[in-house]
Structures are given as structure tokens and as C-alpha cells.
Ligand binder design. Structure first.
Ligand code: ATP
Length: 242
């Protein structure tokens, strides 16, 4: 098996004349968190959508050694990719547990016992969800909703989670809690591609980082380096000191 779960080479995505992602090459090693930071409109969401097959792009996407740039999104889910969007896409009038069970559709043939095992694993990672298993999703706090969205994605047993701004709209303390949960996913053997505008928190959580500007990778490296890079500090971390 390759040391990289995801390898992207020369990926470009356009909306008509708008070149949102330009010749991006990127690696997500097995069992690591890789973050992509960058300003509004840099192309971060577009990049995730193309990796998941929800937008057409040019270039190579290799997942677990298999070329998948022509695969349908459903096939990519079957291969082990999972996406959590900014909107979190929960069913508000359903309970926490029912939302989680809906996430296990990929393994529906494995039966009830397997689903219960998966549920217990998710509750083990997020005890707060277990406490609130009967509560309606719409009554959860912002941080709890984000954890539910992560938990639901985990029910499909992904090997790679693509996370679009999990900290969006959350207070700093809750951001830390959610990103701590993301770090636990890595400890559970799941690789993560983490899109974030909150550069400091993302770089403190991830192992490797990429800086995307106007659709292009302008900087990449271990997060220990990026955290002390003068350009990153002045452009992305000036206002977010905590
Ligand atoms: P944000 O952090 O604000 O979500 P982003 O880095 O995720 O930004 P994208 O949403 O990927 O950026 O957008 C990249 C570029 O593509 C922007 O210039 C945006 O205006 C443009 N764009 C995004 N979606 C569309 C679309 N459906 N049609 C045309 N242009 C689009």
C-alpha cells in the first residue's frame, strides 16, 4: 500500500471562465491530517467538491492506489471517501441517533449488529452524542451539530474524511473542542483533509498544510514550519490570536 491515501496531481476546476482551482497537486498520507487554508474565494470548497466527484475537474486523483477521477461520487464513497460540508446537512426534526443511523447506508447489507457496533464506536468518540441520542438534531448547539455531522460521516466507515470548515460560525472554545474531535479521528486511523479559514486552529491540529490563494498552492509544508512562516503569520494569523 502507498504511504499516501490520496494523491492529486495537476487538478484544475473551472466555472466557465472562472479558474477556481489551478494545477493543484497535493498528498494526504495515511493516518494524517492535512489542512488547506486560504482566504475567501481561494477555491477550497471547489477543491473538495472535485475530489469527491461532485464537480468535474482536469487532472489526476488517485485514492488508495486507484485512479478515480472518472468515478461517480457514490463510487468514491464506496471506496472510502466521506464528505462533511459547511452546511452540515442534518435532518433537524430527527433524533441524533436517527441522523447517525442514516449515515450507515453504505454498510446497510452488514445488518443491524454491525450498525450497532458502529454506533457504539461513534458514541465512544463523541460521548456527548450518546448523552443526547434522543434529542432532535435541530435543538443541538452549533458545536454539537458539527460533532453529529462528523459522527454521521463516520457511520459509513470512511478511510478519508473531507471536512469543509468544521469551525465555521463556532465560538473559539467550541472550535477547539471540534478540532480536538478531528484529532481523535486521526488517532482512530482515519485520514483527514481539513479545509479551514481559521488558520491558527487548523495548523495547530493538522500534520501538514497547504496555503491556497486564487486557486493555486502558494506554500506547503509541515504545520510546525507553516505556523512560524512569516507570510502565513502576517496574512492569516494576525487577527486570530487566542
Ligand atoms: P470560502 O472560504 O469563501 O468558502 P473558497 O476558498 O471555498 O471560499 P470557492 O467557494 O471554492 O472558494 O470559490 C472559488 C472561486 O470560484 C470563487 O472565485 C468563487 O466566486 C467561484 N465560484 C464558486 N462557485 C461558483 C459557481 N457555482 N459558479 C461560478 N463561480 C463560482
Amino acid at each position: 500500500m502507498s504511504a499516501n491515501l490520496l494523491e492529486i496531481d495537476g487538478l484544475s476546476v473551472s466555472y466557465g471562465k472562472v479558474h477556481a482551482v489551478r494545477e493543484v497537486s497535493m498528498r494526504v498520507p495515511v493516518g494524517k491530517i492535512v489542512t488547506v487554508i486560504g482566504p475567501n474565494g481561494a477555491g477550497k470548497t471547489t477543491l473538495l467538491m472535485a475530489i469527491m466527484g461532485l464537480l468535474p475537474g482536469k487532472g489526476e486523483i488517485v485514492f488508495d492506489g486507484h485512479a478515480c477521477h472518472r468515478a461517480e461520487p457514490q463510487r468514491r464513497v464506496e471506496m472510502g471517501m466521506g464528505l462533511v460540508t459547511e452546511k452540515r446537512d442534518l435532518f433537524g426534526s430527527m433524533s441524533v441517533e436517527d441522523n447517525l443511523v442514516l449515515g450507515s447506508f453504505r454498510n446497510r447489507r452488514e445488518g443491524k449488529a454491525a450498525r450497532l457496533r458502529e454506533l457504539e464506536r461513534v458514541y465512544g468518540l463523541f460521548p456527548r452524542l450518546k448523552e443526547r441520542r434522543s434529542q432532535l438534531a435541530q435543538t443541538l448547539s452549533g458545536g454539537e451539530r458539527q460533532m453529529l455531522a462528523l459522527g454521521r460521516a463516520l457511520m459509513a466507515k470512511p478511510r478519508l474524511l473531507l471536512l469543509d470548515e468544521p469551525s465555521l460560525g463556532l465560538a473559539p472554545r467550541i472550535v477547539r473542542e471540534v478540532l480536538h474531535a478531528v484529532a481523535q479521528l486521526r488517532d482512530a486511523g482515519i485520514s483527514v483533509l481539513l479545509i479551514e479559514q481559521n488558520a491558527r486552529a487548523a495548523l495547530q491540529t493538522a500534520d501538514e498544510g497547504y496555503v491556497l490563494e486564487l486557486g493555486e498552492v502558494v506554500l506547503r509544508g509541515p504545520t510546525s514550519q507553516l505556523l512560524h512562516d512569516p507570510m502565513v503569520e502576517s496574512t492569516y494569523m494576525g487577527m486570530l490570536k487566542e
